[in-house]
Every structure is written in C-alpha cells, then in structure tokens.
Design a protein around this ligand. Structure first.
Ligand code: NBG
Length: 860
C-alpha cells in the first residue's frame, strides 16, 4: 500500500487552496488543526443548554432532513434529535483524535466480529449530561421525549454476551479516557428479530438500516482493497531478496462507517469503525467485456454479500466460507487502516506495535496474525523476524469459550483456496514454532501434534486459537475459573510453554447503561445516599452497606423494585398478553438459549412447582413469575424445542385459574439490549444455572446483581467471583462444581437411574413426556425427554434435587421482605468489581500497556 504523507509545506498550500491537488485515495492530514479552530462553532451544534439543543434540533430537522415542524413524523424527530446529539459528540471525537495525534500514545484497536451497542440516543444524552436539557427542549416543542427514545431501533450486530462485552469495553475505554478504535463489520442485517408463533420461535430479518442510521458517518474516502483466492508467486527484488506476491482471484472494497462512542462526562470520544463490503469498479471486467453482464453483476452482488448478514450462532463455529470471508475482510481493512494511520505519523512500519495494541475478541479475528505478517513482509518489505516481532508485540487474544464445538478451525483446503498466501504464512509460522518446541522437548511428538497450528487428527485444519496464542503476547480468559480451566485444559501445552503469556481479566459491564440508564429510580436512590461519583468508580457502592439494615432505606429500595416490576409487567402484557402480578417474586432467566445454560432445568423446577400446587393448593410456595428471554440459533433444534417447552408450560400454567397470582410463566419475545433495559431492573431472582465449567463468564449475572437481584447459580464462570464478592450468605448456590462434574462423567453418568430414584424428577419428566404441556401430544417433547433420560450431557438430573432445595430456600427468604431487601442491598453494594472500567484498566495495565489520555471537553 502506498501512502502519501502530506508535509507541512504542501498542507499549508492545500489549506490555502492554491496549486495543490487534493489527494484521492488517502488524503492524510491536510494540516494539523487544533480544537480552538472550532471555538467559534455555532452553539446550536455544540451548546448543552435546552435552548441550544432546541435550536440545534430545529436546524437539523430543517437543514439536515428537510422537514417542517408541522409535518414531522416521530422518526424524523428522533433522527433530528440524534443528529443534534451527534453534533455534540463529533466535536469531542475530533478533539480526541487530535490529542492522540499530539502525543505518541498507544491506541487500542479492539477487533471484534460483533458489537451490540444497544440504542445510542439515551446513552449519549446521559454521557453528555444533557438528558434533562433535551427533555426540556422537546417539551417546549411539544414533542414526547420518551417516545423519541423508544423510537430508536438498536444495531443488533452481535449474538449475545461476546458482542455486548465489546460494547461495554468501548464505553469504558472512552469513559476512562483511553484512545481506542473498535473495528468490526457493518452487517446490513443483524441478529434476527424473534417472534413466537404457536409457541415456536420464528425468525424475521432485522432491517435495522431501513430508515437510515443517524449515528454513523460514512467515509467513502476511507476504502481498502481486500483480496481473495488466486495464487501466490515468488519473485526476487532488485536487492536479490526472495519475495512473494499474491495474485488474487477477486478483490472486494471495504468502506468505513464510523460511529462515535463517547465516554461518560469526559472529552474522550472514540470511534467504532465498521466495514461494509462493496464491489470494486474494475470488478470482473473480463466478464463484462465479453458481454456477460449478468456474470459481472452477479459477482458484484457476491462481493457485497460479505457484510450482508451476521451469523446467528453464538457458540459453535460453522466452517462456512462466507464466515471466513467476513473475518478476513474486516481484519484486512482494519490492519490496512491502522498501517495507513501509523505511517502518517511515522514512516517506519517496524514501529507499528508502539502505535497500536490489537485485542482479538475471540478467534474470529485471529487471521490478523497472518494478515499483519503479510502486510509487513510482502507489502512493507520487512524481513520475517522483524515482522514477527512486531506482530507478536501488537496482538493479544481473549478466549471466550471452552466448548470444544465452538473452537474455531478452518480446513486447510478452504483457507488455502480463499487465502493462499496466508496459508503459506501460517505454515511458515508453524514450522518455526514447532522447531522451537522440538528443541525444548526432544522426542515429544505428542506435544508437537497438540501444539501445532495444524490439526492433523481428522481432515487437516488450522486451529485458530493456536494461531492467536502463538502470534500474540498475551492470552486471557474472561473469569478466574475460566482462565484456570483454559490453562489446565484447552491451552494446557501452551500454558506450560509460556506461563507468562497467560492471564485472567474477569469481564465487567458498564454501570452507565445497565444502572443509570435502565434503572434511573435505583440510580437516584443510590446517589441520594452515597452521592455522585459511583458511576465512574463503582467500588464506591460499598458505602451502601451502611444502609443495608436501615428500614426506611429498605422500604425505598423495595419501592424502586416494585415500580420496575410494574413497568416490566405492563410491557409483558403488551408483548404477550399475559398478566403478571408485580407483587410476586420475579424469577428471570434471559440469555441465549443453549443446553449448557440449562433453561430446561429451570423448566423442570417450574413443572415441579406446578404439580406441587395442583396437588396441594395450600403448599407454602412464594408466588412467582418466571420470565424467560433469549434467542435460539435458527438451526439449533434442541434450543428451539426448549422455547416450545417453555411456551407449552406457560400455556397450561397461565390458564389455570387455580394458580392465579401464585404461578405464571412468560417467554418474553425478542430479547435484545433494548428489552434488557426493562428486564434487569425488575428481577428479584437471577437464574445463572449453567453446568459448571461451561459458561466462560456470563455478564448477565453481573447486570442482574447490580440491579439488586439475588442470584441462584452454580459455581461457574464469574458466578464464582460474584459469590466471593457479595458473600456466600447472600447467594443461592447449588449443584456440582467443575471437579465433581468431571468425576461424575468419569464414573459413568446414568441419568436414567436418577430418574428412577427421585420421585419428584420422575413426576416432572412423566408429565412432560405424557403431553401435559403439549395438549396430550406425547411426541412433541420426546427428543428432549429422550436426550435427558439417556444422555443428559449437561447433567440436569444430577443437579435437579439440589436445585429444588435451593429454590425452596429462596421461597423461605421471600417470606421475610426485610431480609430479602437487605441481601439485595448488599449485593449491589459489593458489585463494584464488575464494572467494565475495572476490566479495561486491567487490560490497559497488564496487556496493552496504555495509559489514559485526558481530552479537554470544551469549548462548548
Ligand atoms: C461468551 C461466553 C460468555 C461470556 C461472553 C463474554 C462466546 C464465544 N462466549 O460466558 O459464552 O460472558 O462470551 O466473554 O460468545
């Protein structure tokens, strides 16, 4: 890639608009401006008062959208308000860029195939501190402010926890003041919208861009060519060096779309830079010239397909060609973009790692290791060792799963056909690496086979986790237990080889979105008692401990919760028609539907309660409302059957007059970030019941607890640390731990025997199998029942009785509202550790070696 560095000499002439030619592809920096240049900017664009916002809004409506106030639709008004807010962010974005450019500070490049930012408007208002001013401005214009907030459709560019984590991290990076770019894919269709038909999940295309997207800025001048297929060719350069060139079969163009990500009450505003694929003009010229118009156009459509749709599977890797294309596409655009930026300031590619720290969010972007090597060696003429040193010092890798089926592998054949040069590079990395291994462990070919980047056990495959581990300087898991298991199992040989490479960074969540924004009542109550500041330093929540036994405080605490439950209840009625009692215990499980997460264990408990209440209406059971939410991967039949089962049970339970006010079951459709805002604040009990060792961390567990829900959970993922923090006495623990799970499996697990021994379990399974929840149809749930009876890979039966016993304890506590409130307060008070600010500080210190860089906020 050739980059023109514009010198001071010609930049000055450029700004004077004299003889200089405007550079086309990469204009670079015309001149280094300073934010004082914008000091005179119009206060309608930058001001933070209600009057300024009102003015800005009207101007955006008129000049941005060409709308008149008289005929404005709700969506127009939303867009105009979004643009008004965006104006205020762009000033900060530019200031952030300039501040970063002035120092030589390292910029974090967070590589993630998924981001789930949630709706932007309310969050940006909060971070700017202008929610009230904006509300006032709208009220003066007789526009319903809340309706505008509701109008926003969220960008569903992720599946679940992994994508949401990436967005929490973007929020924290900006809030702490670390210059960063989030690099990813601008999917035209994000995660599908879920609707429930006859109890089954149906998927609807997510057309989130249908009415435009006011938050993004299209940068058509920022484009990069991405090559695919073809072959490589060796040649010798003028200095007699061995070189390789890649002659691709096709080329696709990536175009940047930037979304500003503003920190909380700070000047730092980073960019989320997402790439869209387009055909290059000269594309399939030959076909075109031969008069084969359709082929030429067909190929164009194919290249645009790359960023059409998000793969809706949250865990298992698929081995699909298009998916590998997506991964390479965004990685290549991003690295080319970073090299361009770096070379603008520093002519030497060998200094790349001191400009950028790349974090690989799981293995989805792991091809970055090979692509950075290719760019440095083939395009920037570094020798292999120098390039390798740069690559290893740039890249670090976060692992997010231990599930064997989710560890990404690409067949050598597929990778070689799509990325022939990268396969060569991977082989070369592997050859050098395995030489080292053999030198250290002579004769241990077993170890060599396990460490190899190539899996030779079946068809030959490239192991992406191994590539990321060898190519990076750090590998981390996302909770203490997970990082431990990672070291002991999946990456055991690597951890032995390079113990210092491995570390843990426990996940965190942003308290801005997940408390201040979604639970304003709680936020107000907290601030009223411990003052401001906790949103930027969540450990200050500790001060709430002093109020845990305060009767008045407990009362206010419970009123906030009840209010939130009323609101969720109202939403449940509109979405499902089911009426729920806000006074009942809200027992909630929201997350992707997966067997390892064991939503069906939750169902077994509900069925048990149902049967108990039917048999003995005077049974001392707390009135409960069970709420489920989550999407199933469209091809994951068992997960879909679990949704059907939940709805089958709901259908029976909710229509039984005898159970009115005692038991209800809700499947809340289309669980997403926007809906999540209503769910977490309304929960009394949070279900975190995965089979121990399967959930890497979980982050919903943190959001619930931070909103005052008590957790019922296993010793899995971050539950372990949550329990440590809030205190064992404030956590409902049950079930086998990871060692016990391994023992049970090693001994030979027999779910059928458990079924026969446990009358309650038998009764529950028989009811499901017999058609109680399927209108007598004994076939509907057979696949699920058979799987449990004969295999039960996630040990539901083993954990069934302990789960029931633990649930019974929750019932007992519910009868004592003061004790429940006390525990709830203590949970919140002790959740400070789980702020994503803490996680990001750890990444900064241990992995990236970057420091915050304060950015001035003014002038407004
Ligand atoms: C998920 C894990 C969760 C974890 C999130 C974020 C993947 C591959 N992994 O337990 O299942 O909380 O990542 O780290 O989506």
């Amino acid at each position: 890639m050739k980059t023109t560095r514009v010198t001071d000499e010609n930049s000055r002439s450029l700004t004077r608009g004299t003889d200089a030619q405007a550079p086309v592809a990469h204009p670079g920096i015309v001149r280094r401006p300073h934010y004082s240049d914008y000091a005179s900017a119009n206060s309608a664009r930058t001001g933070l008062t209600a009057a300024d916002i009102k003015q800005g809004f009207v101007e955006n409506l008129l000049f941005g959208l060409g709308c008149a106030l008289a005929t404005v639709t709700r969506h127009d008004a939303y867009t105009a308000l979004a643009l008004t807010v965006r104006d205020r962010m762009l000033r900060r974005c530019v200031q952030t860029l300039e501040t970063a450019a002035e120092t030589d500070s390292r910029v974090v490049a967070y590589f993630s195939a998924e981001f789930l930012p949630g709706p932007h408007l309310a969050n940006n208002l909060l971070n700017l501190g202008i929610t009230d001013a904006a509300r006032q401005a709208m009220t003066e214009l007789e526009i319903d402010f809340n309706a505008l907030i509701e109008e926003e459709e969220e960008p569903g560019l992720g599946n679940g926890g992994l994508g949401r984590l990436a967005s929490c991290y973007m929020d924290s990076l900006a809030s702490i003041g670390v210059p960063a770019i989030g690099y990813g894919i601008r999917y035209e269709f994000g995660i599908f919208d879920q609707v429930i038909r006859d109890g089954w999940q149906a998927e609807i295309t997510d057309k989130w861009l249908r009415f435009g997207n006011p938050w993004e800025i299209n940068r058509p001048q920022l484009t990069y060519d991405v090559k695919f297929g073809g072959r490589t060719e060796a040649w010798t350069d003028e200095q007699g060096r061995h070189r390789v060139r890649w002659i691709p079969y096709e080329v696709v163009k990536g175009i940047a779309y930037d979304t500003p990500i503003l920190g909380y009450r700070v000047g730092t505003c980073n960019a989320l830079r997402l790439w869209k694929a387009e055909a290059v003009e000269s594309f399939d010229f030959a076909a075109f010239n031969q008069g084969n118009y359709l082929r030429a156009v067909g190929a164009k459509m194919e290249s645009e397909n790359i960023t059409k749709v998000l793969y809706p599977n949250d865990e298992p890797a698929q081995g699909k060609r298009l998916r590998l294309q997506q991964q390479f596409f965004f990685v290549s655009c991003s690295l080319q973009d970073m090299l361009r930026l770096h070379l603008l300031f520093d002519g030497r590619p060998e200094g790349f790692h001191s400009r950028f720290a790349v974090q690989l969010n799981d293995t989805h972007p792991a091809i970055a290791v090979a692509e950075l090597m290719r760019l440095l060696v083939d395009e920037h003429q570094l020798d292999w060792d120098t390039a390798w040193n740069v690559t290893q010092r740039t890249v670090a890798y976060t692992n997010h799963t231990l599930l064997p089926e989710a560890l990404e592998k690409w067949s050598v054949e597929l990778l070689g056909s799509l990325l022939p040069r990268h396969l060569e590079i991977i082989y070369e990395i592997n050859r050098r690496f395995l030489d080292e291994v053999r030198a250290r462990f002579p004769g241990d070919e077993g170890k060599v086979a396990r460490l190899s980047l190539i899996d030779e056990t079946g068809g030959r495959c490239v192991r992406m986790a191994n590539l990321a581990t060898v190519g990076g300087h750090h590998v981390n898991g996302v909770a203490a237990l997970h990082s431990d298991l990672l070291r002991r199992t999946v990456l055991h040989d690597f951890a032995e080889l390079w113990p210092e490479k491995f570390c843990n960074v426990t996940n965190g969540v942003t308290p801005r979105r997940f408390v201040a924004l979604s639970n304003p009542g709680l936020a107000r109550l907290i601030t009223g008692h411990i003052g401001e500041g906790w949103l930027s330093d969540l450990t200050r929540l500790r001060k709430l401990e002093a109020f845990a036994d305060d009767g008045l405080f407990q009362k206010q605490w419970r009123e906030v919760k009840l209010d939130n439950k009323r609101r969720l209840g109202a939403l449940i009625v509109t979405r499902t028609g089911i009426e729920v009692d806000p006074a009942s215990l809200f027992d909630i499980q929201v997350k992707r539907i997966h067997e390892y997460k064991r939503q069906h264990l939750n169902v077994l408990h509900i069925v048990h309660r149902y049967l108990t209440l039917k048999r003995d209406p005077s049974a001392k059971l707390a009135p409960r409302t069970f709420v489920f939410g989550g999407k199933a991967a469209p091809g994951y039949l068992m997960a879909k059957l679990i949704i059907r089962l939940i709805n089958g049970v709901a259908g029976v339970v909710n229509h039984d007059p005898m159970l009115r006010g005692r038991l209800s079951v809700v499947f809340f459709p289309d669980y997403n970030v926007k809906n999540a805002h209503h769910v977490y604040p309304a929960a009394d009990l949070s279900e975190q019941i995965s089979t121990a060792g399967k959930e890497a961390s979980g982050t919903g567990n943190m959001k619930f607890s931070l909103n005052g829900a008590l957790t019922i959970g296993t010793l899995d993922g971050a539950n372990v640390e949550i329990r440590e923090e809030v205190g064992a006495e404030n956590f409902f623990l049950f079930g086998l731990n990871t060692e016990q799970v391994a023992e049970v499996k090693a001994r030979g697990y027999n779910p059928r025997a458990l079924y026969e021994q446990n009358a309650a379990l038998r009764e529950v399974i028989d009811a499901i199998a017999g058609g109680t929840f399927s209108q007598g149809d004994a076939d509907l749930f057979r696949p699920l029942v058979d799987l449990l009876l004969h295999h039960d890979p996630y040990l539901l039966f083993a954990d069934f009785q302990p789960y029931l016993d633990c649930q019974a304890q929750a019932d007992v506590l519910w009868r004592d509202p003061a004790a429940w409130a006390r525990m709830s307060i203590l949970n919140v008070a002790r959740m400070g550790k789980f702020s994503s600010d803490r996680s990001i500080r750890e990444y900064c210190e241990r992995i990236w070696h970057v420091k915050p860089l304060p950015v001035a906020t003014g002038p407004e």
